[in-house]
Write a protein that binds this ligand. Sequence first.
Ligand SMILES: Cc1cc2nc3c(=O)[nH]c(=O)nc-3n(C[C@H](O)[C@H](O)[C@H](O)COP(=O)(O)OP(=O)(O)OC[C@H]3O[C@@H](n4cnc5c(N)ncnc54)[C@H](O)[C@@H]3O)c2cc1C
Length: 460
Amino acid sequence: MPDTAIPRRPKPSVDRTPAAVGTARHVVIVGAGFGGLACAQALAGSEVRVTVVDRRNHHLFQPLLYQVATAALSPADIASPIRSILSRANNIDVVMGEVRAIDHAGRRVLLADGGHVPFDTLVLATGSAYNYFGHDEWARHAPGLKSIRDARRLRARLLRSFEEAESCALPGRRSALLTTVIVGGGPTGVEMAGAVAELARFTLRRDFRRIDAHEARIILVEAGPRLLASFSPETSDYAAASLRGLGVEVRLGAKVTDVSDGAVTIDGASVEAATLIWAAGIRALAPASLGFEVDRAGRIEVADDLSVPGRAGVFALGDAASFSQDDHPLPALAQVARQQGTHLGRALLAGTTRPFRYVSRGDTAVIGRHAAVFDAGRWHLRGRVAWLLWALVHIYLLVGFDKRLQVGLKWLWRYTTFERGARLIDEEEPATQSGPGHSSRDGEHPLRRLATVREGVDGD
Ligand SMILES: Cc1cc2nc3c(=O)[nH]c(=O)nc-3n(C[C@H](O)[C@H](O)[C@H](O)COP(=O)(O)OP(=O)(O)OC[C@H]3O[C@@H](n4cnc5c(N)ncnc54)[C@H](O)[C@@H]3O)c2cc1C
């Protein structure tokens, strides 16, 4: 075969903006999450030329990720292609690419593939990642839920642990395989704990012959004195009682001091657990190379109109922004990001910025089939009514009628049957996320270890 390889030359940076549509202003929005998308939608159909840049091709409804991880929903139920969401807006282009840096002098964002996108106005809505508070090495063993991939991996981990426990004759290992530890008692941790408990106690009970559902141990660890710290104390108590009713061990005021391969140290005592889930605290995702002043959580400091001080025409919003209202930082919530996105989009359309003010529409979290909480000002709803409100709010917020219908029907089905249709192990266990049963601690291949266990069962 003749050598047809073309000699590599350094690639010139390519302008990745699709062909200009003839208006002077060009707004570039980085991130098509809740905030970025809301901003783009507010500008849709206008004279302003907009380019949305995202490293993913889809908008993800993160609040329902835990339902994918616990097999209640499928990934496609909670994600929509960004292009299709914005397809009717002729003034908006979409670029799939990861922003690595900003050339402030040249007014362009630089992409990981070497391309660039010039801007007149820049909106940063890059969201957040989990915060391991100085222990980033824990992320390998106790992953958080941020992407569809995370959710599918977690689902595979949970289901695989049950599969292995079914054929495991060694009590200690079996118990570790059936143990899930969730770190962080905010809404994500609470929802995850409730969903794993229901999965273990009700759904899998029917499928497995040798596992007693009560063997499944779910531990929720919270360093603070109560769960759901941003809700009322009564709501926190209700959440803890509901979880305990589902068999979850709620440990309040407990500190995680070490996380390793398949084990976590809680208040000095080591607990072996096949599944460790991190849901404690976040940090902004805006890369340090973007060159902004950031707070301790890595969020870009913004003024009251969401502009970045000292950077003309640059704005930040959502989880990526540090915004204080009445001397309190706004929480990292989808509704904050959406309101900020809509506010900024309208302001850019009007050609003049004005102060943003967040109006809470209430906080909600679901604990189980009959238990949810909904705090809105003086209103504190709990139980079935709150569950119904939670379901309606989430269905309404999903993007697209098809998704709303699918998810609504699935919830109705699950509500009446406890069935979780998406119980698929479709992810290989990544080498870095092994637990008991997949452990590489002692250098033993996971399948070999499983074979040894099977021999034990067969020999019984
Ligand atoms: C598991 C979980 C449960 C949650 N539950 C709730 C809830 O019940 N209620 C609630 O209100 N909030 C909830 N939240 C929080 C809520 O999802 C966030 O506050 C919200 O998503 C923030 O919106 P955003 O637009 O700032 O960022 P995101 O929605 O995270 O979007 C950021 C976007 O930026 C893109 N991006 C990031 N970096 C780059 C880059 N360098 N280049 C290009 N693109 C980039 C990402 O791909 C992503 O599409 C939950 C979050 C999680 C993780």
